[in-house]
Design a protein around this ligand. Structure first.
Ligand code: C2E
Ligand code: CA
Ligand code: CA
Length: 444
């Protein structure tokens, strides 16, 4: 057997680790050859590990193997709670790929915990470890598999009670919830590393004036150039980014990049101070920053971008959580000079009540309505007409989202819809394709 060596993270990917990743010794996934001692008993703990592939043995102070772990298992998890010493050692017995979770990742969540609950968690984990340490391994393994088998079998007896369907469901449900929670932690860490490595970038989808077919601006849509997974679309990570507050970092990065790029795109059209705008999506979670408008003004000022070249898109869900706060945030943003569109109109549940309250200047009709316009009975058409009329009553301009067919254009135009966006005109484009699009559009 090869002599055990201390773990040396070998990142899968070439780019150097920077700030966050480097500070925490984190690679996206770390390859660990068989025979590597991942940590020793008594080491200071600072990260936990999730096994992506391979096998790891946990060995206690009596040299007994207290855990044989495989893909999906987590170990060293006490590091996420405190920075004490490792109570056992961990060795890779097969070639492994490990995903490391840092304590920092959980810091915010732990700090948000009631201190008493935090204390109870640490005590319970410690008690559990001590108890496990003193059980012979045969009993540990038998106990684990026996309980699991019995819970999996409806009608079986566990501790004198018959296992009901509910028990099985709740056991499976708990397992599922745990797996999902771990997965989410993993993605959060990946998002942070991705941000540090500048793997996120905006793509630009053209927005056209429906009458003249002239380009008026682009919507900036985030894309993740993941070193292993290729281009990842926002629906696969924005939800997690919102639940973990990473979305604010992503949105700010998108604003910064859009500010940098707005002048460049306008230069292609002939005047760096020209009218082509970039519309940036802003998650409602940004409203937690009480000086959001000030921070955004600062960003755009630093970049030297004229404010008419940046617009914002906010969805209804951002307004539901705290309507009063949202109202004053929106007023601040508008007072700063940003144009603001209400995004995905019609997908929320009380859209109409928002319109008079909030100071939007544009309304984006959700793709779902546009795609139903040609549906049987013409109901879809009536809905779109009603939305456009309503928007005009409130002095809002309208952008129809998701226009895919040429036949939709004259219909929308006849209803007075000013602008449109959709695959018919252009898919979200890389920066260089967006520049080509401008050149082509100017020749029309
Ligand atoms: P959204 O803001 O409603 O953006 C429009 C989505 O519809 C985009 O999907 C776009 O590619 C897609 N789309 C546009 N035209 C058509 C069409 O004709 N047909 C079809 N089938 N789809 C069309 P994408 O880029 O996948 O973005 C999905 C959502 O992710 C966005 O929906 C937005 O809610 C969110 N998102 C994207 N970028 C950001 C960001 O930087 N920050 C935040 N907070 N959210 C973002
Ligand atoms: Ca949008
Ligand atoms: Ca939308």
């Amino acid at each position: 057997m090869t002599k055990p060596t201390l773990i040396q993270p070998t990142p899968d990917t070439a780019p150097p680790l920077s700030n966050f990743a480097e500070a925490h010794g984190l690679a996206r996934k770390t390859k660990v050859p068989a025979g590597t001692v991942i940590f020793n008993r008594g080491d200071r703990r600072d990260v936990a590990y999730i096994i992506d592939s391979g096998e790891v043995h946990i060995v206690d102070h009596t040299n007994e193997i207290v855990g044989r772990l495989g893909p999906g298992d987590i170990f060293g998890e006490m590091a996420l709670i405190d920075q004490g010493e490792r109570s056992a050692s961990a060795t890779a017995v097969k070639d492994c790929k490990l995903f490391m979770l840092s304590r920092d990742l959980l810091r915010e969540r732990m700090e948000g915990l009631d201190p008493l609950i935090g204390l109870l968690i640490s005590l319970l984990v410690e008690h559990y470890r001590v108890a496990r340490r003193h059980l012979p391994e045969s009993i540990k393994q038998a106990a684990d598999s026996d309980l699991q088998n019995r819970l999996r079998t409806k009608g079986s007896v566990v501790d004198g009670t018959v296992a009901r369907e509910d028990d099985i469901f709740s056991f499976n449900g708990t397992l599922r919830a745990q797996t999902e929670a771990l997965k989410e932690l993993q993605v959060e860490q990946e998002l942070r590393i991705g941000l540090e490595r500048r793997e996120f970038e905006p793509f630009f989808q053209p927005i056209l004036d429906l009458r003249s077919r002239r380009l008026v601006g682009f919507e900036a849509l985030i894309r993740w150039r993941h070193p292993e997974r290729g281009i990842v679309f926002p629906n696969d990570f924005i939800g997690i980014a919102e639940r973990t507050n990473v979305v604010q970092l992503l949105d700010h990065m998108m604003l910064e990049k859009s500010c940098e790029i707005a002048g460049e795109l306008n230069r292609v059209a002939g005047d760096p101070n020209g009218p082509i705008y970039i519309s940036v999506n802003l998650s409602g979670l940004n409203f937690a920053n009480s000086d959001l408008a000030g921070a955004m003004r600062q960003t755009i000022k630093q970049a030297g971008t004229p404010i008419h070249q940046i617009r914002l898109e906010i969805t209804e869900s951002a307004l539901i959580a705290d309507a009063k706060k949202a109202e004053s945030m929106l007023n601040d943003l508008r007072a700063t000079g940003f144009g603001v569109a209400l995004d995905d109109f019609g997908t929320g549940y009380s859209s109409l009540s928002y319109l008079h309250k909030f100071s939007f200047d544009t309304l984006k009709v959700d793709r779902a309505f546009i795609s139903q316009m040609n549906g049987a009975g013409g109901k879809g058409l009536d809905i779109v007409r009603a939305i456009i009329n309503l928007a005009h009553d409130f002095n809002l301009k309208v952008i129809a989202e998701g226009i895919e067919n040429e036949s939709e254009v004259p219909v929308l135009q006849a209803m007075g819809c000013e602008m449109g966006q959709g695959y018919l005109f252009g898919k979200p484009l890389s920066l260089s394709d967006a520049k080509h699009f401008i050149q082509k559009n100017m020749k029309i």
